[in-house]
Structure formats: C-alpha cells, structure tokens
Design a protein around this ligand. Structure first.
Ligand code: FE2
Ligand code: FE2
Length: 366
C-alpha cells in the first residue's frame, strides 16, 4: 500500500520542509533497485514499478518494435472488399474460407488478450516484461476491433461470426484447448512459487505464445493472404498483414519470456515436462490441420488441405526448436512465399515495401 512516509520529502500530514528534504533518512531508505536482482517471475525483492535500470533489454526492444507498428483497422479502405463480397464473383467455397477465418480470429484475439490480463500479467514480476505485456494487450484489442470493423463493413451477421467459437467444432476445439490453460492459472489458489506452479505457468505461455499465436493463427494467415495475392478481398488481406506483423513480435517476445524463465528455473524443465510440451504441440498440429480441412473441404486458390498438414508441421518444428525442443516432423514448407513474407526468424519491418509502414506521430507533417 502507498504510504506517504515512503515518499521522499512527503509526510502523512502533507508537510514538506527543506529540513525534511535534507534529512539523511530520506535517501536510500529502501535501497535502490539493482538490476541483477530482477527476475521474470517470483521476484519479491525488486520494486515492480521501477522500469529502470533495465535488465531484460529484449523485452524493451520488443516494446519499441511494437510501438513502431501502430495502426488501426479503420485506416484500411474496404470499398473493393464490399463490392466483391456483394457480387457473384466469389464462390461458396471462397466465402466459407473467409467466414471461418473471421469466426476464428474474432474471438481468438479476445482469448489472447484476456489471458495476458487475467493470467500472465499478475505472475510476471518484471517491469520491462510488464511494459511489453501492456503494449501487447492493447494490440490484441486493436485486433479484436479489426473484426468488428470487417463485420460492419461487409454487413455480416455479427452473431454468426462472433459465435463460431461455440458453434463450429474445428474452431471450438482449438479455443477449448486454450481456455483450459487460462482456467488453470486464474484459479485463486494458483501460484508460481511451487515447482508445479512454475510448470503450469510455462505451459500457459507455451500454449498461448507458441501454440495459439505461433501455430493456430498460421493456417488462417496463409488462406487470407492467398486471397490477397490473387487481388481478392485485399482490405481484409491488408488487415491480416498488419496483424501478422504484430503477431510475429508477440511470438518472439513469448519465446524470449519462456526461454528466460527456463534459464532462471532450470529445475522445472525436466525431460518429462519437455515431453508433455512436445505432446501438446503435436496435439495442436492435429487441431490446426482439422481446422484447415474444415475451412477447405475442396481445393481453392491453389490451396488444398494436405498442403496444410505439411505447413503446420513445418511451422511447429520451427517453434519447437526455438524453445529448445526437438523438431518432430521434418516437413517441407509448401508455401515458400509465406517465408518470404514474414521471415520467421526476423522481428521487424518485414513489410518494408508496403504501405503498412508506419510514421510515428513525431514525424507526421501537418
Ligand atoms: Fe492478436
Ligand atoms: Fe497476439
């Protein structure tokens, strides 16, 4: 609790005299923050309100990269999408792909945002990592806003889109997998103080950063960007490019956070736990493949469901490697253009040639 006696120069009665300012007991009363004492979780000795001095520079860099990518869905014109959607130039199968992906992403973004705010934030005890989480939470709100904007622009059935996670099995299965991970951590008795608690927290981070944002989002990215490559639904395509750019940073932050906690608590990264995480990721690959089959029962846009088995396995291998687990599949990437677009190892400015480049407020001319 804030105590006025803890504030240099301030007293509970509001008085503030030169004599008090010069008093030696106001200096170093609680000791100054030593960045080497900072910990990602379970830090009881460092004031979480003191960002500087930084210890985890990667967290601050991800924060700055996120801030360099400010955007709002309403900046993207939707006129061409509206015209095409209202025409008879889209097949039923093409409409199905669009609708399924709007349905999945519209609520998945909320699940990620809620997991940050309700499950992750409380247990991360480091100010620079929290600074990033605050930024990411805002970006997830912008992503949810995107689906509100698309639904309104195309005059879609709001209830149909935002209820798909309850009504469409392939979407429900992916979201149920994630919601159970959130439920485990938001139980009042949950703590990261214990061995099991630390493992459970890591499982949540892997479930959201590696699986949700690193695997479950990617079939949708391929499908919607395939439309964009064929000059169809380009407004939605551009929105997905912005989202993909943000999600690349989310994934990179999550991997740094997971690896950082592993380094600080190596005892919890047991062979049994590693196998459980591999099994989780293998289960996620099946759920994502089922989702792709459901979206694409017949091939369109040069895409077919079997290609997604290879693709999802390929990206799962890359994610496994980045958290120090063995790749499982050895599949080839059937969509090399996705790598060119996003470059899985690269963190920023991968859309250098697009209009999605952002000017910060300081550089705007009026
Ligand atoms: Fe998102
Ligand atoms: Fe995200």
């Amino acid at each position: 609790m804030l105590n006025f006696d803890d504030i240099p120069g301030g007293k509970a009665d509001g008085s503030n005299s030169d004599e008090q300012e010069n008093s030696s007991d106001l200096i170093g009363r609680k000791g100054r923050v030593n960045q080497s004492d900072k910990r990602l979780i379970n830090c009881q000795t460092v004031d979480v309100n003191q960002l500087m001095p930084l210890k985890y520079k990667w967290a601050w860099e991800h924060y700055l990269n996120g801030c360099a990518n400010n955007w709002l869905p309403t900046e993207v014109p939707m006129g061409k999408d509206i015209e095409l959607w209202k025409s008879d130039r889209l097949s039923a199968d093409e409409r199905r792909v669009i609708m399924r992906n709007l349905g999945f992403f519209s609520t998945a973004e909320s699940l990620v945002g809620n997991n940050i705010v309700l499950a992750i934030f409380k247990h991360v005890t480091n100010p620079e990592a929290r600074q990033y989480l605050l930024r990411q939470a805002f970006e997830e709100a912008v992503h949810t806003h995107t689906f509100h904007y698309i639904v309104e622009s195309l005059s879609l059935d709001q209830q149909e889109v935002f209820n798909m996670y309850n009504e469409v099995n392939s979407i429900h299965d992916k979201d149920k997998f994630e919601m159970e991970l959130t439920a485990d951590v938001i139980r009042p008795e949950f703590s990261t103080d214990t061995f099991e608690g630390k493992q459970k927290f890591l499982e949540n981070l892997i479930g959201f950063y590696v699986i949700m944002e690193g695997i479950f989002f990617y079939s949708g990215f391929v499908m919607i960007l395939s439309f964009h490559r064929q000059n169809k639904m380009t407004g939605i395509g551009e929105q997905f490019q912005y989202i993909l750019r943000d999600e690349t940073i989310h994934l990179n932050f999550g991997i740094d956070l997971i690896n950082g906690i592993k380094e600080e608590s190596p005892e919890v990264w047991t062979p049994e736990f590693q196998q459980q995480m591999v099994d989780r990721i293998r289960q996620a690959v099946e759920l994502e493949y089922n989702y792709a089959v459901d979206c694409l029962p017949r091939g369109i846009l040069g895409l077919s469901a079997p290609m997604f088995r290879d693709y999802v396995q390929y990206i799962a291998d890359r994610r496994l490697e980045r958290i120090g687990l063995k790749s499982q599949y050895g599949s080839k990437n059937p969509f090399p253009w996705m790598s060119e677009t996003i470059d899985l190892g690269k963190e920023k400015n991968f859309f250098e040639t697009r209009v999605t480049e952002y000017q910060t407020a300081a550089s705007l001319t009026w």
